[in-house]
Structures are given as C-alpha cells and as structure tokens.
Design a protein around this ligand. Structure first.
Ligand code: SF4
Length: 734
C-alpha cells in the first residue's frame, strides 16, 4: 500500500500478514498500556499496536511497547533447565524434575545447617500478580524463610514507606485522570517523556487544554524540565529542605487549609514548629533554589484550586527517599489536596507490576497489605492457607539491599533469584560479586539464561516472559489489567506459575496447602482474600478486566452486584473527607528534619554522578539490548557532561572518558550538553559493568532503598591513562 505524498520517497507499510490480534498489557513500565500483539497464520507474533478503547493509552504505545513482540525469540532465551556442582563449572542440561528436586533439596539442606532464614528469595516487579501471590504462599506458608523480598526495593520502597507513614497504608491515592482536573502540577525527580512516555502524553494533552503551570524539580534539564513553566535545578538530595521551606511559606502566609487539616490529620503543631526554621533564605543556601522562587512555587501550589504532585526515582532513590515522599504528602495534606479531582500525590511507579508485588507478593508482610506484625492478619491468612500461624515470622525480614550484605557476612548461604539480575541492578557491583561468591547454593529462574547473575548459579530454571503467560498486572493508578498468552514459552521453558506450583509440590508432600493450577483460579482465591480490604478486588474477574481494558481497585462484589460499572469508587483511593488507613481514620503530618548524609563531591571526586533511564531501554537492557530497534539508539554507555567541564578537561564530543569513584571505575563516551550543570555528569544506568561499578548506594533508613542518584566521581581522559590500564579499559568496552 502506498501512503507517501510524492513519487520520490513513498512510505510503504509492510504487510505482516496478521490473522489475529491477542490482548495483553505492556510488560515494561508501570504506565500499563493495553497492547494487542498481531500473530500470523503460523501463530508467530509479528507486530504490536496500542488498544484504541483502553483508557490508559488510547491506542498509543512508546518505542518499547511497539517492538515488544520481538522479545519472544530474542537472543539468550533459556530453553532447558541446567545444573552444575560449582558455579565456575560448565552447565549441564537437566530435566525439570531433577532441577526442581535439586532446588528443594538444597533449600532444605541449607536451612537445616544454618537455620530457616539462611536462604533468601528475591523476586521482581516483572511477573504477573497471580505468580507473586503463589510465590508468597510458597515462601511464607511452606519454605519458611523470612528473608524474602523483591527488586522493587530498588525503585518503589520509598514510595511504599512514605505512603504507609503518612496514610497508614501503601496505595497511590490518585489517577491519570487527575491531570485533566488539576490547576497546578509539581513533578519531583520525574522525567515523564523518557520514563513514562504515555503518561507524559496524557499530562501534556491535559496541560494544553487547561494551561495549568508545570513545575519541575530536578538537578538536570530533563525533557520534562524543558517543557516546564518553571524548572528548579535543585542540589541533589536536598528535596526535603525545599519541601520544608515551601511549608514554611504556606503557614506564614496562611495559605494552608485549616478545615481539612483539622478534620483529617494529626500532628499539625509539630509539623508547623519543625518548618519554622526552614525560612526560604536559609533553605536556599542548602537546596540551591533562590528564596523568591521558593516563595513563588509555594504560593502557586497552595493557591491552586486543585494541586497535584507526581514523583519518580529522583525522590525515591535517595537517603531521604521515604522522607521525600512524606514531604510530598505533608504538602498535599496541609493544602487539602488528597482525594479530590486534580488534587493528589501520585507516585509514578517503575516496573510494569511493581504494584502487583506491593499488593500481593507477601514480600513485606502477608497478602493485600496485611502485616506480619498484626496477630489477626497472621491468623486470618494461616486459616485461609491451612498452615500453622506460628510458622509465620512476627515481623518482616531483611530488605533486598540488606540481604546482599548478609550474604557477604556469611549469614545467608542460599539464594533463589527470580527474574532479577542483582549484578547489574544493585549499587557497588564489586560488593555484590563478593556476596554472590559466598553462597553455597544459588538458583536463577529467568527467561534469559545469559544474565550476569546466572554465572553464580548452580541451578538455572528457564521461565516464560510477559505474554507467554496468563494473569494480571496493576499499573501506577491501581488499574488491574490482563496479560493473556500470545505464544508459548520457547523450548522447555515454563510459565513462572507452573514452576512455583511444581516447587510447591515438593514442599507440600502431604497436600495440606492448595495451589490452584491456573491463573484464573488463583485470581478467584485472591479475590476472596481481598474482601473488605483497602485493595478490594472482589467485584473483578479476568473476563471483566479484559472487557473494561483494566479496572482500578477497589471494585467490590457489592458494587458489581449493584450493577455499578467500573471504575465506580476506584478512581481515587481516599475521598475528600479523608478516611485514611490509620485506626482513627486520620493521616499523619510528620516533621522531617534534614540530615545531610550523602556522599558529596570533594577535592578528589569533584563531580556529582547522576544516574537514570533512557526512553529506548529498560533497566539492565536484558530485554531491550537484544531488540535492534531499541538498542540502535543507545548501544553504548555515555555521559552527559557540561561543555565547560569538558573543555576544562580537554574532552571532546565522542571521546571516551574514565569515571572513577571510591568504589571502582567505568568507561563511557562523552556527550557535552547544557542539560547538566558544570559540577555534574549524567550516566544512564542501563549498561552492564558501568554505572553500578561507581555508585555507593547508601540506604534510606526507612525504606532501605539505595541512593543511586547521589555519588561523587572524578573524570579522567582515556588518553591520559597508563598503557596497561588503558588496554584493560579498552577491552572492557567490547
Ligand atoms: Fe509500555 Fe510504558 Fe511504553 Fe506504555 S509507556 S508502551 S507501558 S513502556
């Protein structure tokens, strides 16, 4: 077919011979775009398109979603289970029974020798919710290790912790539709156009219609900052100071909402007293934003009819990540901006199903936001699963980031890694490598057999990925949507749910605990457990979810019985008159003293290292690095460097430089740009053996999330390196 206007360069759309379109939800970011994958007459996935009547993306997809069908037969997919006696030996193909028996026997051997918690289980935000729930039941109900967490600690745990501290429970209060009602938007450390392109499009369309001011707080001139009415290039790690100063102005100028505060919150006196000393003049010296701008932003936010705040990793990945989230919630609460259209604090989540793991994985507690610390919750779940309540720990175990330190110290001797790759994703790679080397047993379950972490495994289990499986995912705005199998996993690879059920059989010889075989049955079990909870999904089933292109929780059986169409009640989590999850129904206003505990540039390491994502890649590039149409835009590591700093160092565009931190070094290509100030470089974290060789990753005290974005480095010209070092670095590039 010819669509070009002239004769010279006609645009041809290739006919992919699609005979059927299969429904799924995108498996990359948390936006939750509904996708249809086109398959040809042989059942081969050949193309993808956005679903036009899905409210989230309204027919659109970003660069990652458009090529997602190319994942299925990408290089490195695991086709057979494998085993070996030592991690430095070659792999031997194995049958499923032998590999699963080995996993069971080794977990029990290590637990018998060193205690139940000496085995750690770490999963992901990439699996389907029914899989998370089943793994949680297996781990909490049968295996019995308390050192069980997800890689979501690296991206969302500060948001979880901040929501819990402010509102008494996790759960984002707002939704994308809030962009269409807001009168002011502050984006804290969030670069929507690159990280969540379809949410950006929703925001931009609303902004063009309504003309609300967009205020971006980010040390770097991101794409979102380029489109902002006001950009605040804050000093890294000082967001809490700016938030306190804004509250100072709001209280001083009587711009707060006393009626809302009185009716719905506790702690106003302590908060008001604590921000007293953060006057804009003092604060400006710490956070780098001038006093007048602080006042303007505070007034603009507080005077808006409805004001919204969003944030991503710029807040979460900090030693003050949890405090930053509480600060955002404080600002929303003192101005009455929770629960009303356009007035909300909405964390923009990272991975496609980070929300699903928060709700159902039991990583930090028990299903559907139940806590190990609450005896009634332990009793309720033990009864439902038919296990002894005394088998459950009385409080949560280690976070993922603490588990590696415990491995390094020899406390943890066995590890089951599921769809996560710590050698790429954790800060300070050298330390993670040392930790992995201490293990007596490691099992890697992943759709790729060539992940960096698999080199330390004794057992490899080949898993299905994304739409090779059946289930649901929850997006940033609490919308649960369907993923249906487009194709079968390759070779002998199996869906994660199948793998967990087979592992469960081995820990459940007497059949005391039931493990439903299909995702539909698992969902019905979860539905029962959700009745009356914050995340009530009792009115949903798989068919309803697909028909509605996703439904936001809560959606109750009663609403369904009354014939109320989704998303009745589920758009916003809290109503305008509060009713938060604390026992008295009130939210907490929490003072946030600022403690300057980050690594900061000094004489030896004089440049801030800021890390982040690119639009074409996903996390460690395990997937997008193998998809030509994604990888070609950014095939190698690079840094953004200010032209003035580049000139001072004698570095030209395209030169390779050596970045050196206290932890290690890395090589990247220099791209001079005004996007970063002279004392900062930006390095995308996607490339293996690069950014995380440098990062320190100090941990937030509440969420245990690492401060990936605040480290100090020096930059050396590659041309100045001694010959041997230069050779080794040149070799590392390839
Ligand atoms: Fe997928 Fe996110 Fe892109 Fe949507 S915006 S297509 S969910 S990667």
């Amino acid at each position: 077919m010819l669509f070009g206007r002239g004769k010279k360069n006609p645009i041809k759309l290739v006919d992919k011979h699609v005979v059927d379109w299969k429904y799924a939800t995108c498996g990359y970011c948390s936006t939750g775009c509904a996708i249809e994958v086109g398959v040809d007459a042989d059942g081969k996935p050949v193309t993808s398109r956005g679903v036009a009547d899905a409210d989230v993306n309204r027919g659109k997809l970003c660069l990652k979603g458009i090529f997602e069908h190319e994942l299925f037969d990408s290089a490195g997919r695991g086709l057979k289970p494998k085993m070996r006696a030592h991690w430095h030996e070659p792999w031997q193909d194995a049958g499923w029974d032998a590999a699963l028996d080995k996993l069971h026997d080794e977990i029990r051997r290590v637990q018998a020798k060193y205690g139940p918690d000496s085995v750690a289980i770490i999963s992901t935000g990439q699996m389907l919710t029914e899989e998370f729930y089943t793994l949680g039941k297996l781990t909490r109900g049968l295996i019995g290790s308390n050192n069980y967490d997800g890689n979501t600690t690296l991206c969302m745990s500060s948001a979880v912790s901040g929501y819990k501290r402010s509102f008494g429970s996790d759960g984002p209060p707002g939704c994308y539709e809030d962009f269409e009602h807001t009168d002011c938007l502050i984006a804290w450390g969030s670069n929507l156009p690159e990280q969540h392109p379809i949410i950006y499009w929703r925001m931009k369309e609303a902004q063009e219609k309504r003309g609300f001011p967009l205020i971006v707080v980010d040390p770097r001139v991101t794409m979102l900052a380029q489109n902002a009415n006001l950009h605040l290039p804050i000093t890294p790690g000082t967001d809490v100071v700016l938030m306190n100063a804004m509250m100072h102005v709001i209280f001083k100028e009587n711009l707060h909402d006393p009626r809302y505060i009185e009716a719905n919150t506790n702690g106003i006196e302590a908060l008001a007293a604590s921000v007293e000393k953060y006057d804009p003049v003092t604060a400006s010296k710490i956070c780098g934003i001038d006093e007048d701008t602080i006042r303007v932003v505070a007034r603009t936010f507080a005077k808006a009819g409805a004001a919204m705040q969003i944030w991503t990793m710029g807040i979460n990945q900090s030693t003050h990540g949890s405090d930053g989230v509480v600060g955002i919630n404080n600002l929303a609460l003192i101005t009455g901006n929770i629960g009303k259209p356009g007035g909300t604090s909405l964390s923009i989540t990272g991975q496609c199903n980070a929300m699903g793991t928060r709700e159902w994985s039991s990583c930090s507690g028990l299903p559907n936001y139940r806590a190990l610390e609450v005896p009634e919750h332990r009793e309720e779940i033990a009864r439902f699963w038919n296990v002894d309540p005394e088998f459950f720990p009385k409080k949560r175990g280690m976070f993922q980031t603490d588990i590696y330190q415990a491995m390094e110290a020899g406390q943890i001797k066995g590890l089951w890694l599921i769809a996560t790759n710590p050698l790429s994703s954790l800060p300070n790679t050298a330390r993670i490598r040392r930790a992995m080397e201490q293990l007596e047993f490691c099992c890697v379950q992943d759709c790729y057999e060539d992940t960096e972490s698999a080199q330390y495994a004794h057992v490899y289990l080949p898993a299905g990925t994304w739409a090779e499986k059946d289930g649901v995912m929850t997006n940033t705005e609490r919308r649960i949507n369907r993923v249906k199998p487009v194709t079968a996993p390759p070779g002998e690879a199996k869906p994660d749910l199948w793998i967990f059920n087979r592992v469960a059989e081995r820990f459940n010889r007497e059949g005391k605990v039931s493990f439903p075989e299909t995702a539909g049955e698992v969902f019905l079990e979860m539905r029962e457990l959700s009745r009356g909870r914050l995340s009530d999904i009792s009115g949903m089933d798989h068919a309803l979810l697909e028909r509605n292109r996703g439904v936001q929780w809560p959606y109750t059986a009663e609403q369904h019985a009354r014939g109320e169409a989704p998303p009745a009640g589920g758009k916003r989590l809290y109503t305008e008159d509060g009713k938060f999850s604390y026992a008295d129904g009130r939210a907490k206003l929490i003072p946030l003293p600022f403690i300057d505990n980050n690594e900061v540039p000094d004489e030896k390491f004089p440049v801030w290292l800021n890390t982040g994502r690119l639009i074409e890649h996903w996390h460690g590039r395990t997937k997008t690095g193998k998809i030509a149409n994604n990888n070609k835009f950014s095939p190698i590591p690079f840094i953004e460097i200010n032209p003035a700093l580049a000139e001072e160092l004698g570095v030209r565009r395209g030169d390779y430089v050596r970045l050196v931190s206290r932890r290690g070094d890395a090589v990247a290509m220099a791209q001079p740009t005004q996007r970063v100030p002279k004392n900062m470089v930006f390095l995308p974290f996607h490339f293996h053996d690069c950014a995380n060789r440098l990062t320190l990753g100090l941990l937030d005290p509440h969420s245990r999330q690492p401060a990936f974005k605040q480290s100090a480095v020096r930059i050396e010209r590659l041309a100045d390196q001694p010959a041997a070092a230069k050779l080794s670095m040149e070799m590392r590039k390839f």
